[in-house]
Design a protein around this ligand. Structure first.
Ligand SMILES: [Zn+2]
Length: 330
């Protein structure tokens, strides 16, 4: 089962109206690339587009939500909708999924609906061989078949794939709209901080709330605050966060440092985006120079890359080295 999607998110209404008009006028390109930052609702828009392509009774191009096609999509069993995704999050789409599954699907005629839709999510999770296989299907578009590619990182797609797609770059909502939406979606008292952490992307903010992950940011901020004291015993601070996954912890450290840099540039803790870190930032501002904060941002990014590229990184050593560097410059 997939959650039914019958309407666009409020900040995607204009993008949706443009797509809808193309469906009505039968001008929808055979390949559409929806790109934009993680957590702004690309998947929901892609889902709505796929449903609207298949729906037998659309309202000016938008899926009706009740017909047999719409019901089959909701049940996850529409034979004319193919979803291509990595078998596990973070893994690559396998070449067999494109060379076998996708190619076969493209070749056949629609069995229930009047058209077919393929959702590739995320489209950048393909190595060059797999992407070249997909390219063949894009170069020879099949009748009544639409490929919808979703990507947070379109620069990672082959330029030849991008150029064969109609590209729609989706933007995050204005801050007030994002906050209003998140509060109505149950963001609660933490809504503004959740949005700050998710770089203004409302669905990203909801994911952080649902994963109950905001406490991880608080602990990273506290670790950085305490590590800035000359007498702080770094190995103990690192051990104190032993239950947080390494890349996640480095992500929180990066966000905290980015907010500290913003506050330094602004000349006041009020410049920080994440209010819950204001006290720690206030305490650190007189002791941390903008150059040191900027250098530590780069250092944290590099550590995150190392953690991702090494099969078994030495967590304790990696974090201790980072925090000792931080402490020395404070
Ligand atoms: Zn329908």
């Amino acid at each position: 089962m997939t959650a039914p999607v019958h309407a666009p998110l409020p900040w995607q209404c204009n993008d949706w109206e443009r797509l809808r008009a193309r469906i009505v006028d039968q001008r929808l390109h055979h390949a559409v690339l929806l790109s934009g930052p993680a957590g702004i609702g690309k998947r929901l828009l892609g889902e709505l587009l796929a449903r609207s392509i298949l729906c037998r009774n659309p309202d000016r191009g938008q899926a009706c939500g009740v017909c047999r096609d719409c019901q089959l999509v909701t049940a996850g069993s529409h034979p004319d909708l193919l979803r291509i995704a990595p078998e596990e999050p973070g893994k690559q789409i396998r070449i067999e999924q494109i060379r076998g599954e996708l190619s076969d699907f493209v070749m056949r005629t629609p069995s229930v609906a009047h058209a077919k839709a393929i959702l590739i999510d995320p489209a950048d999770a393909m190595n060059t061989h797999t992407a070249n296989c997909l390219l063949k299907s894009l170069e020879e578009p099949a009748p009544r078949t639409h490929m919808l590619l979703l990507s947070d990182a379109p620069a990672r797609l082959l330029p030849t794939i991008r150029s064969r797609c109609q590209q729609l770059r989706l933007m995050p909502p204005a801050p007030e709209q994002a906050l209003q939406w998140l509060q109505s979606a149950g963001g609660g008292a933490d809504a503004a901080d959740l949005l700050g952490i998710a770089a203004g992307c409302p669905l990203g903010a909801l994911r952080i709330r649902d994963a109950d992950a905001i406490g991880g940011f608080d602990r990273a901020a506290d670790m950085m605050r305490r590590a800035a004291s000359p007498g702080a015993w770094i190995p103990e601070l690192v051990s104190g966060c032993a239950d947080l996954e390494l890349r996640e912890l480095l992500g929180w450290v990066f966000l905290f440092l980015a907010d500290l840099s913003r506050a330094l540039a602004h000349g006041s803790a009020a410049g920080a985006r994440i209010r819950r870190a204001a006290a720690a930032i206030d305490e650190l501002m007189p002791r941390v120079g903008a150059v040191h904060a900027a250098r530590m941002l780069q250092r944290t990014l590099a550590a995150r890359r190392d953690a991702a590229s090494t099969a078994n990184p030495n967590r304790q050593l990696l974090l201790e080295a980072l925090l000792i560097d931080w402490q020395r410059g404070c």
